[in-house]
Write a protein that binds this ligand. Structure first.
Ligand code: XMP
Length: 333
């Protein structure tokens, strides 16, 4: 059994060779821990849960049951990508739960960001637990805990007002007790990525930019409506496509679109056209505590503006957010 703290002698995993040795060791350890029992995993499609899924599929195959809950706040194509990768290509036991209507129903009319976060976080656990109850004979819960999460939990609160309550989806309600399987809990993020590539996960998945647990829910500002959420998802997909094409995807730490609940007057086909603005944010940071703004070439900004305003119903302006953190946080909510 691993302890909770990383031994100082543990080498950093920087090469495929070291990653393969780590994978072999973990596969053996997981098999010894789990035996012929079943393991449940909340698979969001983020780097950590994806790497844990790939590792456990290698170790125990169909004894792993992955549950992907779509809260309706995923980016364009994201849930489909998870299904295609894990169910189609890796032949995993994957349960897909489309809870879009449920989440959007609960969020209707809720404009306070912290309340939105709480609803999304709490409901996520409820929906996941419901699926867990339907499965027979689960003994273990796998989690994509990584070493910084463990270090964080050792830190004392420093007496400053929390800026926002970050929530990461996962976990189960108290009272549902499973033994934990946490195969990457002693790894730093960069090591998790090296292990992910050694397991055969695509580069784009392993080097995916961070995406918050509440997803587009904190980028569709104020009370979420389906039409504005749809516009946000389409505009964000265009931004991501253009960053990919123009070599910025691997260079910029986090980039996304925000759509506030305000309309301005525009003109389209010689008629008055009221629409929302799409706000582009592209930041660089090493620890997310502070962040600087990426300088996007103007020609690219013009091209993105042109595409978003032509292709996305309901958007009639594009703005570029120049605010560093501090004073702005990375997300708008
Ligand atoms: P802020 O907005 O606090 O964001 O400057 C710092 C980083 O954290 C992400 N973020 C979240 N991640 N749940 C998450 O899992 C959340 O509620 C949440 N809020 C912000 C944000 O995307 C950025 O990477």
């Amino acid at each position: 059994m691993q302890s909770n703290l990383r031994p100082e002698s543990m080498a950093r995993i920087t090469t495929a060779e070291l990653a393969n040795a780590f994978i072999d060791e973990q596969v053996a350890q997981v098999r010894a821990q789990v035996g012929d029992k079943k393991v449940l995993l909340a698979l969001s499609g983020g780097v950590d849960s994806s790497v844990v899924a790939a590792l456990l599929i290698k170790a125990i195959g169909k004894q792993l049951i992955c549950v992907h809950v779509n809260h309706g706040l995923m980016r364009k194509g994201e849930s489909e990508g998870v299904i295609e990768m894990f169910r189609e290509r890796m032949d995993a036991n994957l349960i897909y739960v489309d809870a879009t209507d449920h989440f959007l129903g609960l969020l209707a009319g809720v404009s306070d960001p912290e309340r939105k976060r709480k609803i999304i976080g709490k409901e996520f656990i409820t929906v996941f637990a419901e699926e867990a109850r339907k499965q027979e004979g689960i003994s273990f819960l796998a989690q994509g805990t990584i070493y910084p999460d463990i270090l964080e939990s050792f830190k004392q609160a420093e007496g400053k007002k929390a800026v926002k309550s970050h929530h990461n989806v996962g976990g189960l309600p108290e009272g549902m007790q499973f033994e934990l399987v946490e195969p990457v809990k002693l790894l730093y993020k960069d090591e998790v990525r090296v292990v992910g590539e050694a397991l055969g996960l695509p580069h784009a998945m392993v080097y995916r930019q961070p995406f918050p647990g509440p997803g587009l829910g904190v980028r569709c500002l104020g009370a979420i409506t389906r039409d504005r959420l749809h516009a946000l998802r389409e505009a964000d997909a265009i931004l991501r496509e253009e960053f990919d094409k123009n070599g910025l995807a691997g260079k910029v730490w986090q980039y996304f679109v925000v759509v506030p609940d305000i309309k301005s007057v525009g003109v389209k086909d010689e008629s008055r056209y009221e629409g929302w603005p799409a706000i582009i944010r592209a930041v660089n940071t090493s620890d997310a505590m502070s962040a600087t703004i990426e300088e996007i070439p103007y020609a690219l900004l013009h091209h993105i503006t042109d595409r978003i305003t032509r292709e996305v119903e309901g958007i009639n302006r594009v703005l570029y957010d120049l605010t560093p953190k501090p004073v702005g946080t990375i997300e708008w909510e």
